[in-house]
Write a protein that binds this ligand. Structure first.
Ligand SMILES: NC(=O)c1ccc[n+]([C@@H]2O[C@H](COP(=O)([O-])OP(=O)(O)OC[C@H]3O[C@@H](n4cnc5c(N)ncnc54)[C@H](OP(=O)(O)O)[C@@H]3O)[C@@H](O)[C@H]2O)c1
Length: 264
């Protein structure tokens, strides 16, 4: 198994990508600590991961609260003896689809502050333990907005490009300590629409464009090389590989999981 005896923390562990990754990590032998805002969603994800045979703990942790994140990381390290993998799969609704003239500075800064703050805090908390171990993998998630251009993307673009830059810089800083940092960049995930914050956000963008959600999604799909959007299981499988020792020479990488909407 890819992650036999690895200790993995997933923030946003009750969310769409967080719970999909938890299922794959569980199947691959990891001991899991799922952290997030809503216990009922965490417990649902934990039950699915336990069904794959994993030992799973859950905790309500606000990933934007430095003290709460540090305390949780210490509890994980004490309970499991180490932290091998940390994945930040936190997600929350934010403004996309508006022109700069229609966007307030607070709406522009909301995703930048939220995603860059939580990724900084969860990476910092894990890195403290990983540096002491001289091993570990930090996983982050950006969006195609990092490389796209056009109206309605400014907050998402700045957030995603910022997170990719953060991940690259951190890979250089922590590489000498044996720690890898990998960022994945999936396109809109087709089977996450039912559960993700992105559903409401995409709906508003479609409305503002004067088209229905189905037509808007068809537009995204038509712009991919594969003629389809990525699936949650594909993102989970890639994250498990990136977290595993089979990817031991991979760091500072931004993995393109856009089904060819963007090509490198
Ligand atoms: N879905 C997509 O199509 C897609 C595509 C590309 C990239 N991404 C990226 O993937 C990441 C996760 O997205 P997702 O679709 O999996 O979102 P999701 O299904 O809405 O799940 C996000 C999870 O994060 C939790 N959360 C939000 N704020 C938190 C906080 N301060 N502390 C702890 N947990 C918090 C949420 O808690 P609650 O359960 O309480 O809401 C939820 O469980 C985001 O970075 C997003 O940009 C998503």
């Amino acid at each position: 198994m890819l992650l036999q005896n690895k200790v993995a923390v997933i923030y946003g562990g009750g969310g769409s990508i967080g719970s999909a990754a938890a299922r794959v990590f569980a199947r691959e032998g990891a001991r899991l600590f799922l952290a997030g805002r809503t216990m009922s969603r965490l417990e649902e994800a934990a039950a699915a991961a336990r069904a794959e045979g994993a030992e799973v703990s859950t905790a309500v942790v606000d990933a934007s609260d430095p003290a709460a994140v540090e305390r949780h990381a210490d509890q994980v390290a004490e309970a499991a003896g180490r932290i091998d993998i940390t994945l930040n799969a936190v997600g929350f609704d934010h403004v996309q689809g508006l022109s700069i003239a229609e966007t307030s500075v607070d709406d522009y800064l909301h995703p930048i502050d939220g995603y860059l703050r939580t990724n900084f805090l969860t990476a910092k908390a894990a890195a403290r333990h990983m540096v002491a171990q001289r091993a570990g993998v930090i996983l982050t998630i950006s969006t195609p907005g990092a490389r796209l251009t056009g109206r309605g993307l400014i907050g998402n673009a700045a957030q995603s490009a910022g997170l990719e830059g953060f991940s690259r810089a951190l890979a250089g800083e922590l590489g000498p300590d044996g720690i890898r940092v990998v960022c994945v960049r999936p396109h809109a995930i087709s089977d996450a629409l039912a559960t993700s914050y992105a559903n409401a956000m995409f709906g508003r963008i479609a409305d503002a464009s004067g088209i229905g959600m189905d037509e808007w999604i068809q537009g995204l799909t038509g712009a991919t090389a594969l003629g389809r959007l990525p699936m949650l299981a594909e993102v989970g499988e890639y994250l498990a590989f990136a977290a595993s020792d089979r990817a031991s020479s991979m760091t500072g990488a931004i993995a393109n999981l856009t089904a060819g909407a963007l090509v490198d």
